[in-house]
Design a protein around this ligand. Structure first.
Ligand SMILES: [Fe+2]
Ligand SMILES: [Fe+2]
Length: 344
């Protein structure tokens, strides 16, 4: 029996993440066109802050998709809906108030998608929860944006209907609502640093694979074992190749020829072992034995990277170089994941 590397639940979450990215692009372009159409200074300032958050959150979403490790396509209905909404938002049929209503609905949907992915991850596996942690920031900010938009709707709606200004307590109420969200979410929402360095990104991958090994150890259900191993197979292949493309060549000069070569050799050994496990039946006792062997090799390798290689990076690279390496590493992973999908 050949282990399939795709799992329906994991693919469904990947597709939801891809939907979120489509919607995020639409949110950004809406905010740009709404700003151009609106003369109210106060509302423009709020939109401009929201736009800044949304552009930053686009980067976080992309990071989450790469960490998640399964590439998905947005649903065709999502793409159609985005196209239709974009036309409506740029057209002249809707009043400004009505355009903000559309925008608020999209924000609501985006908040719910983020929360839904979070809840689904809790059901499917700890490795997914680890991969999507940065999404917490996006969810939290979307929730706050919704409150802001409710305030905007009240101001614009009263103005359009009556030609008069709405009661002045609106923004104070919005402020209170946002404080309440912060109070509730404050302890569970971790604001992630947008500028992760290369050690942070590599460490996140290592923690995820460690969790996956733990998940295999904790189950005897062949289907679950197959699902978790499928994810390990994908993640480890992509992670190792991205290290060989970006990280190892960059550290070779100061980490040393021998130590760097050792890392390449260990990864070659992992690859052979992974391919041999992939051709075995996940129901056989041998499968788990070999996975344990793989775990030992991987964890030895991880310890070397996180101790001596990380120390060499810390001592020889500027903060800017470390962040640049992280960006290149994530881009390489994203590309490798696409090749993986193409190969099937
Ligand atoms: Fe490695
Ligand atoms: Fe690594």
């Amino acid at each position: 029996m050949v282990t399939s590397i795709d799992d329906a639940k994991r693919m469904a979450i990947a597709s939801k993440l891809a939907d979120m990215k489509e919607i995020q692009e639409l949110l950004i372009s809406n905010e740009q066109s709404l700003m151009a159409a609106c003369n109210d200074e106060d509302i423009r300032k709020r939109l401009s802050d929201m736009l800044q958050d949304d552009q930053k959150n686009m980067g976080i979403l992309e990071t989450v998709m790469v960490q998640y490790g399964v590439k998905g396509e947005p649903k065709s209905t999502t793409q159609q809906m985005v196209k239709m909404t974009r036309e409506l938002m740029q057209g002249s049929e809707l009043s400004l108030y009505e355009k903000f209503v559309q925008h608020e609905l999209l924000k609501h949907g985006q908040t719910m998608s983020g929360l839904l992915i979070h809840k689904a991850a809790q059901v499917v596996g700890a490795d997914i929860e680890a991969a999507i942690t940065p999404l917490n920031t996006v969810n939290f900010e979307n929730r706050a944006h919704q409150e802001q938009l409710k305030g905007v709707l009240e101001v614009l709606g009263v103005r359009e209907l009556t030609g008069k200004e709405a009661d002045q307590g609106i923004w104070a109420r919005v402020q209170d609502a946002m404080a309440a969200i912060t109070g509730v979410a404050g302890s569970v929402v971790s604001r992630t640093d947008d500028e992760m360095n290369i050690q942070d990104v590599i460490r996140m991958d290592h923690q995820k694979v460690n969790l996956l090994f733990g998940q295999i150890e904790g189950t005897d259900d062949p289907q679950k074992i197959q699902e978790y191993f499928g994810q390990i197979y994908k993640d480890l292949n992509v992670h190792s190749q991205a290290e060989e493309q970006i990280v190892y060549p960059a550290v070779r000069s100061f980490y040393g020829e021998n130590d760097t070569q050792e890392l390449y050799d260990e990864q070659a050994e992992m690859k052979v072992l992974m391919d041999s496990i992939k051709s075995m039946s996940p129901a056989s006792p041998e499968f788990k034995q070999q996975v344990n062997r793989l775990k030992d090799i991987v964890m030895d390798h991880v310890r070397q990277e996180e101790s001596t290689m990380f120390a060499a990076i810390r001592n020889n690279c500027s903060d800017e170089q470390k962040e640049q390496l992280a960006t290149q590493f994530k881009a390489a992973k994203s590309q490798l994941q696409e090749q993986f999908v193409a190969k099937g």
